[in-house]
Design a protein around this ligand. Structure first.
Ligand code: SAM
Ligand code: SF4
Length: 329
């Protein structure tokens, strides 16, 4: 099997599959308060189509890791069954899920039993009022219950994704770390990226990875762990370990040179980068009767055209038309 390689020699082994563009939160860095025009149901890939594409990816393209995301993937009907079918593929991919945690208290056990290996839960604040201001919904308790259930279900590690925003939750880095240390969760901070539909992102006010490390270092000893490789997070041992904290400097220290990711949107478009301005239409090919070799060739062609980097610092940078929720984070 030939690996999925781009023009810069980067080998792609990580497929991110968005299962829906819908969401039950409205995080300000991701969605406008009124939501978006959701994809028409008929354009969303069916369970069979998703399983077929992932099957081709693991058998013919060397994909070893699959992450299910959205929108909010727990809103996808049939999610547990999709996970079970993906876990039955040969070779079996490692299966991960990124979720806002709402409904996870109910679903974590079933997902783990179906074969989910790992989970990332997004949590930006420990304060109810801030949660409401940030996500425009009063659901903090559901997220915390979801985190407990994920641990109890044996999903390991349970990672927590946090985006800090100036004047909103930037003062919570230490409290979030304390919470995660106490509850056996692995925290990762992600620099906010220009993927909001309101185009309100401003590099000058963004909370940087450097600032986050400085804030955490005021109370903890952080020791860098090894090379970052294709892992976007710089990892640090906290107070000598074994607990670690990650900081993803997606903007200030991009990991594009080691990127191994390819994305499939809920409506079946292949994206070779979060910031890609072009997509390759797999859905039409699938529904026009393309055989597995043709589907694989399309994905290869999409990766062959991948740019060297996201170019956020380029004066000609254009934010992609799809916001984060519609791409799949
Ligand atoms: N709804 C799920 C969730 O919130 O985890 C999955 C989809 S969400 C788009 C995936 C991740 O992207 C979340 O951790 C979220 O915080 C992050 N995210 C969304 N918009 C972002 C942005 N503009 N910059 C950085 N991270 C962002
Ligand atoms: Fe929904 Fe996740 Fe976007 Fe928040 S970050 S609005 S939870 S898709």
């Amino acid at each position: 099997m030939a690996a999925l390689v781009d023009g810069f020699g980067r080998v792609h082994t990580d497929l991110r599959v968005s299962l829906t563009d819908k969401c039950n939160l409205r995080c300000s860095y991701c969605m406008p308060p009124e939501g978006l025009d959701w994809l028409p149901a008929e354009s969303v890939l069916t369970d069979d189509e998703v399983v077929r594409v992932v099957g081709i990816a693991v058998r013919d393209l060397g994909i070893t890791d699959v992450r299910l995301t959205g929108g909010e993937p727990l809103l996808r009907r049939g999610l547990v069954d999709i996970v079970a079918r993906l876990a039955a593929l040969e070779p079996r991919p490692r299966l991960a899920l990124t979720t806002n945690g709402i409904g996870l208290a109910r679903m974590a056990g079933g997902l783990a039993a179906a074969g989910l290996d790992r989970i990332n839960v997004s949590l930006d604040t420990m304060h109810r009022a801030t949660f409401v201001a940030l996500s425009r919904r009063d659901r903090l308790d559901d997220v915390l219950a979801g985190l407990d259930a994920a641990r109890a279900a044996g999903l390991t590690p349970v990672k927590v994704n946090t985006v800090l925003m100036r004047g909103v939750n930037e003062d919570e880095a230490l409290d979030l770390l304390d919470y995660c240390l106490e509850h056996g969760l692995e925290l990762r901070f992600i620099e906010q990226m220009p993927l909001d539909p309101q185009h309100g992102w401003d590099r000058d006010v963004m909370v940087t990875a450097e600032e986050i490390v400085a804030t955490l270092s005021a109370r903890h000893t952080l020791t860098p762990v090894g090379e970052r490789g294709s892992n976007p997070a710089e990892q640090y041992l906290v107070d000598g370990g074994p607990a670690v904290v990650g900081v993803i400097a997606s903007v200030t220290k991009p990991f594009c040179a080691a990127c191994d990711r390819v994305r499939l949107t809920a409506d079946g478009q292949v994206r070779n980068c979060l910031f890609a301005t072009e997509e390759s239409d797999l859905r039409t090919a699938l529904r026009a009767g393309a055989d597995d070799a043709m589907v694989a060739a399309r994905i290869r062609a999409a990766i062959a055209g991948k740019r060297a980097g996201h170019g956020i610092d380029d004066p000609l940078f254009l934010q992609p038309i799809r916001p984060m929720s519609a791409i799949g984070g």
